[in-house]
Design a protein around this ligand. Structure first.
Ligand SMILES: Nc1nc2c(c(=O)[nH]1)N[C@H]1C(S)=C(S)[C@@H](COP(=O)(O)OP(=O)(O)OC[C@H]3O[C@@H](n4cnc5c(=O)[nH]c(N)nc54)[C@H](O)[C@@H]3O)O[C@H]1N2
Ligand SMILES: Nc1nc2c(c(=O)[nH]1)N[C@H]1C(S)=C(S)[C@@H](COP(=O)(O)OP(=O)(O)OC[C@H]3O[C@@H](n4cnc5c(=O)[nH]c(N)nc54)[C@H](O)[C@@H]3O)O[C@H]1N2
Ligand code: SF4
Ligand SMILES: [Mo]
Length: 767
């Protein structure tokens, strides 16, 4: 056990006197499930503190003691000797041979000011691109301070992990309900019937559906006599636990759902119930889906027509039902249509917004609903320079980042800032992007590791660990199967800057204020803008003096004060004293196991913000793109093997492979091949296969298993830790191969710009 930091001590509220052990409660930031952790800390005479046992918090109001094997490894992450503790600056052009010099924070920002200003002066604002990675949404600072950085940069070249993930869900939700953030989640704890497509929560613990112990909640569906059906080209752990598993040809879930909609109409099973008066476009949908007969779709999906008809009847007949699709249904060529179709089934069967169906959470930091039309959802306010892809939620597809770096001309990207991202591993044709990152004039990464992406940076700025920061899940409480609020202070103190401060200083450099500018300028700006909104006309606090409100805040760190304001003026808030038993930061601090605000409640029509004020079933972009899907009914594929991904419980995208307790054991980065395909291709168990796609090739160990469908092969993503010049010793000892060497940056879902990461045509031969 390592001594952590000479300045470390306990977080607020716990006894940290020397010789004592203190117990802390914190929310695990590693996946979307938001499990409560109970963390023991021993305080030594010399002032140091050592993390002891970490286990599930049995009193957590949401997770009730559940954790997965990753939860306790926040300790190993914290103690990882490879983790960067101070900023480092690269000396040398070639990452393979470069050395890294540890520098002070001031020197690091001075270096950034020189590098970034040079690019901005020479090439303009759009020459700096930003990539925001997944862990930002697991980090209060990252969630709150990304926007000021983007604003200060004033660049259009904004990219994030959203376009290798859930962007289709934002777009379909935006078109249907008016806001890309109005994402309905399956009401797991009350549903009678769940149709789950392309999700494997037994490994992933769920996504766009925050539910600690997702497996337990699924098993409860069966225990209470309900049913859940899994659609997946692999027999996953989740599939094994289900009442029924259906193989599907990768990339065709949208077709399946269209056919289910067609059956609902054909058999007169459409019944919107309470949604009828709030929904428009039902008749258009009826005619749009008419080409998707169960027979036509059966040929495309491989699911027989009678089964498709039965699924439609089961959903319609169930007392309550929800269709839920995730990675395998989003990261495909028809991602937005698939996402749309799932919600259309929920709507047409009256299951949206009713208990047991698909419901909209209302988080503590969200403002109450206001009935009436809104501004609606638009995309394409501008387009990417090289490929002309439309902007979606102010972003371009990360699949086109390499184009923007490589293609000369006005607006060419010459500098990149990555924050909590590893795009050299996680995005399509990643070798091309990695090479493009190597050609930049300047790059900055905010990241705790020197890895496949950050080795290309000139400066790496490491933030504190999860134990050194407070937690409140701004993103995931808006996606949770119960309304929950849980704030926890940092477990350990640190003398290092928070990511709020790091991002604020970057924003000030980008704004031309210089490396020495005081980050509190940004903190104050954010706080003031929230307070101004709090006192706007129509709010219960209208006309109040923002300084009075600010004086009532108890939070100290700027990110905590921002959350505090949101919660106090939020749907359950104390409205700065107007609602005496409402929530505020003090009440949350007094309840370290969280506050359960109850099961999800109906929110239609209040939450609708479309221009018509209705659920708009047949918006123009959907209608247009459906023609592409109709045309595909005649294309049955050329018989290529199709590559899909997979996740493992003990892994987390590309970045937790330096934790030995997680990666030890059997090799996990294997190419899964069905026995019939293995025989045909001449592959042997434990042998190697050469896998090639349009864009790249790799050699991977073969695992022969009938858990993958004939004609489909599977490789997990996030591996390939054998790049020279990284500093992740454990990961490098079991590198695996990077599946995104094979995924094709030219293949995107046109409505969302999301990359196609599943259903990649590949050829395979023994190596
Ligand atoms: N242990 C672990 N947990 C994680 C992560 C992790 O890397 N490891 N990552 C986190 C993140 S960032 C996310 S977004 C979530 C994702 O959470 P999930 O969406 O549950 O992701 P996966 O486990 O990859 O499951 C996707 C499934 O889709 C299947 N599939 C592939 N192609 C298709 C297709 O065309 N149709 C259908 N129906 N299925 C298909 C795959 O076989 C796989 O079983 O997990 C989060 N949790
Ligand atoms: N083929 C294929 N590719 C995929 C997927 C797939 O299913 N198949 N899944 C996609 C999905 S769903 C996602 S979300 C993306 C993820 O893509 P990315 O977000 O680009 O990558 P991650 O692997 O999550 O890497 C996260 C980075 O953040 C750093 N980090 C960790 N914690 C922190 C922190 O607290 N602060 C900061 N500043 N940095 C931190 C890590 O060191 C690492 O460098 O990958 C996508 N790529
Ligand atoms: S499921 Fe595991 S990784 Fe996810 S929040 Fe819970 S303990 Fe953390
Ligand atoms: Mo993700």
């Amino acid at each position: 056990m390592a001594v952590i930091d000479s300045t470390a001590g306990a977080g607020a509220g716990a006894d940290s006197s020397p010789g004592t052990e203190s117990v802390h409660f914190h929310t695990c930031p590693l996946c979307e499930a938001t499990c409560g952790l109970e963390i023991a800390v021993t305080h030594h005479e010399d002032g140091s503190a050592v993390i002891g046992r970490i286990r599930g918090d049995r009193d957590d109001v949401f997770s009730h003691g559940f954790i997965c094997p990753k939860g306790s490894t926040v300790k190993q992450l914290h103690e990882d000797p490879d983790r960067l503790r101070r900023p480092v600056v690269r000396r040398g052009d070639d990452p393979a041979t470069a050395t890294w010099e540890e520098v002070s924070w001031d020197d690091a920002f001075a270096e950034i000011e020189r590098g970034l200003t040079a690019v901005l002066d020479r090439h303009g604002r759009d020459a700096v691109a930003v990539y925001l990675g997944n862990p930002n949404v697991h980090n209060l600072s990252g969630t709150l301070y990304g926007r000021p950085l983007l604003k200060a940069l004033g660049t259009r070249n904004i990219f994030s992990a959203s376009t290798v993930d859930q962007m289709p869900k934002h777009v379909s939700s935006g078109l249907l309900f008016g806001s890309g953030d109005s994402i309905p989640v399956p009401d797991l704890d009350r549903t009678d019937y769940l149709l789950m497509l392309g999700a494997n929560p037994y490994e992933s613990n769920g996504s766009l559906c925050t539910a600690p112990d997702f497996p337990g909640r699924l098993e409860a569906i069966r225990e209470r006599g309900g049913r859940f059906v899994v659609v997946d080209p692999r027999v996953t752990k989740t599939a094994k636990a289900a009442n029924e598993h259906l193989f599907i040809r990768p990339g065709t879930d949208g077709h399946l759902l269209m056919a289910i909609i067609a059956v609902l109409f054909a058999e007169d099973l459409v019944d919107l119930g309470h949604l009828a008066e709030h929904t428009s476009g039902v008749d258009e949908v009826r005619s749009l889906v008419s080409p998707f007969t169960p027979e036509a779709v059966s040929a495309v999906t491989g699911i027989d027509a009678a089964t498709i008809v039965r699924l439609a009847r089961e959903i319609a007949a169930a007392p309550s039902a929800a269709v839920y699709g995730r990675i395998g249904a989003n990261t495909v060529a028809y991602g937005t249509l698939t996402s749309w179709a799932g919600d259309v089934i929920n709507i047409l069967t009256g299951n949206l917004d009713r208990p047991g169906g698909a419901m909209f959470p209302l988080a503590a930091h969200s403002r109450p609903d206001k009935v009436g039309p809104g501004r609606g959802f638009t995309v394409g306010r501008h387009s990417s320079r090289v490929k002309g892809y439309p902007e979606v939620r102010s972003e371009f597809p990360v699949a086109t980042l390499a184009d923007e770096i490589e293609t000369p001309g006005d607006g060419q990207v010459r500098a990149v800032i990555t924050v909590a991202g590893n795009p050299a591993m996680s995005t399509p044709n990643s070798d091309r992007l990695a090479a493009a990152l190597g050609s930049l004039e300047f790059m900055v990464s905010v990241d705790p590791y020197l890895n496949e992406t950050t080795r290309h940076a000139n400066v790496i700025l490491p933030g504190p660990t999860p134990l050194e920061r407070s937690s409140y899940d701004l993103a995931f409480y808006t996606l949770a199967v119960r309304n929950i609020a849980n704030y926890s202070p940092a477990v350990l103190e640190t003398d290092q800057p928070s990511e709020a401060e790091i991002l604020a200083r970057l924003a000030l450099v980008a704004a031309g204020q210089g490396a020495d500018a005081d980050p509190s300028i940004i903190h104050a700006m954010l706080e003031d803008s929230l307070l101004q909104r709090a006192i706007a006309d129509g709010s219960p606090l209208a006309g109040r003096d923002p300084a009075d409100l600010a004086a009532q805040l108890v939070g100290v760190a700027p990110q905590d004060r921002l959350v505090e304001i949101m919660i106090r003026v939020g749907s359950y808030g104390d409205q700065f004293g107007l609602v005496p038993d409402g929530l505020n930061l003090t009440t949350l601090l007094e309840q370290p196991h969280g506050v359960d605000l109850g099961p999800l409640q109906p929110r239609v029509p209040g939450m609708l913000t479309t221009a018509s004020g209705t659920i708009e079933l047949a918006p123009e972009p959907i209608v247009t793109d459906l023609a592409r899907m109709v045309a595909s009914l005649d294309e049955l594929g050329d018989g290529s093997l199709l590559l899909v991904g997979r996740r493992h419980l003990r892994s987390n995208n590309s970045w937790m492979h330096n934790v030995n307790v997680l990666i030890k054991g059997k090799e996990r980065c294997t190419l899964q091949v069905h026995p019939a395909d293995a025989t045909r291709l001449g592959l042997d168990e434990g042998g190697s296969a050469k896998v090639a796609s349009r864009v790249g090739s790799l050699t991977a160990p073969v695992e022969i298993t009938d858990e993958v469908m004939v004609g489909v092969v599977s490789l997990p993503h996030g591996w390939g830790h054998d790049q020279p010049g990284t500093r992740m010793g454990v990961a490098a000892s079991r590198p695996g191969v990077n599946s995104n060497v094979l995924t094709d940056e030219a293949a995107i879902d046109p409505l969302s710009g999301n990359a196609v990461l599943n259903g990649i045509p590949v050829t395979i031969a023994p190596a």
